[in-house]
Design a protein around this ligand. Structure first.
Ligand code: AP5
Ligand code: MG
Length: 217
């Protein structure tokens, strides 16, 4: 299955992507994770991306599209993938259709995680990520036994630089302006399926898998 997850910052894309990709046996490809890995390694791509990420803006389309094209050319993505955080603009969506068509395939479905702004602000403000295994936690909604230490691997937890209140506001503005139009774009293609992304992580995973069942998952 070739699947795209869309939804505002903090909707739970990364959290759900982990479970859904495992269920579908496809690789999870998160552009945010790839940019963050480049930032921490200090690559030229990371240096460029960090300027935009820290300001809550989007990395330019050309840079992002080339990065995704290269990633989708890897062998593990040949038979399916789950994209988290891409596309995020209409030009990226148009480019993705072309990349996938060049692979002799098409996207199957775009799953929209629907959640309101107050909830995403609560989720982002308390988010913590593990430096080692990358698992996503929340100080209140999904807390580790020992604060600051990952239950999964014992790694150190950190707060993302772009989870500061001013940056969160800008990311939400950018989402409404640049990314929300994808709902209409994929709706017009008949590929959009929206689910309520409030409730427990487990309930949302079940809702997502149910919604994908009619697409052969
Ligand atoms: P990216 O990393 O993709 O950030 P984002 O879209 O802003 O999304 P988040 O990762 O913040 O949220 P999420 O939906 O994954 O939520 P999560 O599961 O963590 O991108 C970062 C930056 O990179 C962008 O701003 C941009 O600069 C750049 N970039 C990336 N892709 C790009 C592109 N295509 N084009 C251009 N630039 C790009 O959950 C959030 C919190 O909520 C966690 O703490 C979690 O534990 C908690 N939580 C999850 N589910 C629940 C629940 N059901 N109940 C309670 N809490 C929950
Ligand atoms: Mg994420």
């Amino acid at each position: 299955m070739r699947l795209v997850l869309v939804g505002p910052p903090g909707a739970g894309k990364g959290t759900q992507a982990e479970f859904i990709a495992a269920h579908l046996s496809v690789p999870k490809i998160s552009t945010g994770d790839i940019f963050r890995a480049n930032v921490s390694q200090g690559t030229p791509l990371g240096v460029e991306a960090k300027r935009y990420m820290d300001a809550g803006g989007l990395v330019p389309d050309e840079v992002t599209i080339n990065m995704v094209r290269d990633r989708l050319a890897e062998a593990d993505a040949a038979d399916g993938f789950l994209l988290d955080g891409f596309p995020r603009t209409v030009p990226q969506a148009v480019a993705l259709d072309k990349i996938v068509a060049d692979m002799g395939a098409a996207l199957d479905v775009v799953l929209e995680l629907v959640v309101d702004n107050d909830e995403v602000v609560r989720r982002l403000a308390g988010r913590r990520n593990c430096r080692s295994c990358k698992k996503i936690w929340h100080v209140e909604f999904d807390a580790t036994v020992k604060p600051g230490v990952c239950d999964n691997c014992g790694g150190e937890l950190y707060q993302r630089d772009d989870d500061k209140p001013e940056t969160i506001e800008e990311r939400l503005r950018v989402y409404a302006r640049d990314t929300a139009p994808l709902v209409d774009f994929y709706g017009a293609q008949g590929k959009l399926v929206g689910i309520d992304a409030t409730g427990t992580v487990e309930d949302i995973t079940i809702r997502a898998i149910d919604a994908l069942r009619s697409y052969g998952s």
